[in-house]
Write a protein that binds this ligand. Structure first.
Ligand code: AMP
Ligand code: MG
Length: 404
């Protein structure tokens, strides 16, 4: 077991232990936000045929070589082709087909002229300038060539990928199942948000925070319940979680006080504890373990500590569980918009809001960065990392960090 390790080491260790859950086929309409479970290579060209880019006339470029204002070229119309209708006649020398945007080019035609640049009747069209072969034609395979890798396994399905799957005729894509993450709250002082709050008790904020964090990544959250500070009661919930979930997250009871029994409860369930504490602030207290390839992660009860530890160290492992091929949050360099007055003996994570006005990447941090101050996490979308051993940091300081 390791204690107080560097956060990157903790993050990479958890990531190395997390394996994607199994895949399942789902309806395309339900696939947005899910993670692709196979390499999508194009089975076919898109578009599947050469087609017109305009409403106009399909013809042979060779017929127009001598066309000019003084010497216009007039071609005979073979037929009219709405989009979706295939030509019944080839276009021969001296002929043109009248066609709509998106219509398949008839055999023999190799270019299109838009009708605004012509003079036309029902039976003929006149051109005043030459065309080149391929003009105004959307070529077969111009969007996607058959065999091309469109998206590797592990890509989250966004609007572009959903549309691309549809264009390729993949009506039921294989995606990773949504991992079930069990959530346990501990602490004899904690009551649920909907229950009365007797004197001395505090409301369960972590349940809602972690439900939101995990659902954002595409997990299904199974709330296993609230245990007090009894090792046996916590162990019973962990056992239930190990039986029914892909991973378990607990909050509370991971410090070193008399009532901090979460690690003991984890061990009682056969969980092998790998890490006790990460050298970071907030979020130092934690106990990461594993049993039968299932991660069991005990985080601080302090809401902002638990959230920071999760974002820095746990999030990539959760994304890997969801099947994501690139689970690390985007790393960015930010300019602090607000100073931070305290020293940072340990690596410190500042939570804040990105301000991109004017093209610069600035991070505005709420003043109170304390580990109990959950309200200052509202709207936060990035974290900056102050290296261990730093003094106070001024506004304008450039810091590395990541998007959450
Ligand atoms: P612990 O990690 O158990 O030492 O708890 C640290 C602090 O977080 C204590 O003040 C707890 O009352 C508080 N706390 C523990 N669990 C929760 C929770 N689910 N929601 C809000 N605060 C909590
Ligand atoms: Mg406690």
């Amino acid at each position: 077991m390791k204690s107080e390790i560097y956060w990157v080491e903790a993050r990479d260790l958890l990531l190395s232990l997390a394996a994607p859950v199994a895949a399942e086929a789902v309806a395309l309409a339900q696939s947005a936000g899910r993670v692709l479970g196979f390499d999508l290579t194009a089975p076919e060209d898109v578009p599947p045929f050469d087609r017109s880019a305009y409403d106009g006339y399909a013809l042979r470029a060779a017929d127009t070589v001598a066309a000019s204002r003084e010497h216009p070229v007039t071609l005979a119309i073979t037929e009219t082709l709405p989009a979706g209708k295939v030509a019944t006649l080839p276009v021969k020398t001296g002929q043109a087909a009248h066609l709509m945007t998106g219509a398949k080019l008839p055999e023999g035609a190799d270019c299109v002229i838009n009708f605004e640049r012509t003079e036309f009747t029902e039976t003929s069209v006149t051109l005043f300038a030459p065309l080149k072969s391929g003009d105004n034609v959307v070529k077969r395979g111009e969007d996607v060539a058959a065999g091309a890798l469109l998206a590797p396994k592990g890509t989250m399905i966004d609007a572009g990928l959903a549309g691309t799957l549809a264009a390729q005729g993949v009506a039921r894509p294989l995606v990773y199942r949504q991992p079930v993450v069990g959530l346990i709250s501990t602490g004899s002082e904690v009551v649920e948000a909907e229950d009365p709050q007797p004197d001395g008790k505090i409301r369960n904020a972590n349940r809602a925070t972690f439900t939101a964090l995990l659902e954002k990544e595409g997990c299904q959250v199974r709330y296993l319940g609230l245990a007090g500070d009894e090792e046996a009661a916590i162990a019973a919930l962990i056992a239930e979680g190990l039986a029914a979930c892909d991973a378990v997250i607990l909050t509370g009871g991971v410090s070193v006080g008399d009532w901090d029994v979460t690690p003991a409860a984890m061990e009682r369930c056969g969980v092998d504890i790998l890490v006790r504490g990460v050298a970071m602030k907030p979020g130092m207290a934690c106990a990461y373990g594993i049993r039968d390839n299932k991660l069991v992660l005990g985080l601080s009860g302090n809401p902002a500590s638990a959230l920071t530890n999760y974002c820095a160290c746990v999030l990539p492992a959760i994304r890997r569980l969801c099947g994501r091929a690139n689970p690390l949050p985007a790393e960015i360099e930010m300019t602090l918009a607000t100073p931070f007055k305290k020293k940072s003996p340990a690596t410190r994570f500042l939570r804040g809001r990105l301000d991109l006005t004017g093209g610069a990447v600035r991070l505005a941090c709420p003043k109170d960065q304390g580990n109990v101050v959950l309200s200052s996490t509202i709207g936060c979308d990035a974290m900056a990392v102050i290296p261990a051993g730093s003094g106070p940091v001024e506004a304008g300081t450039k810091l590395k960090g990541f998007v959450i």
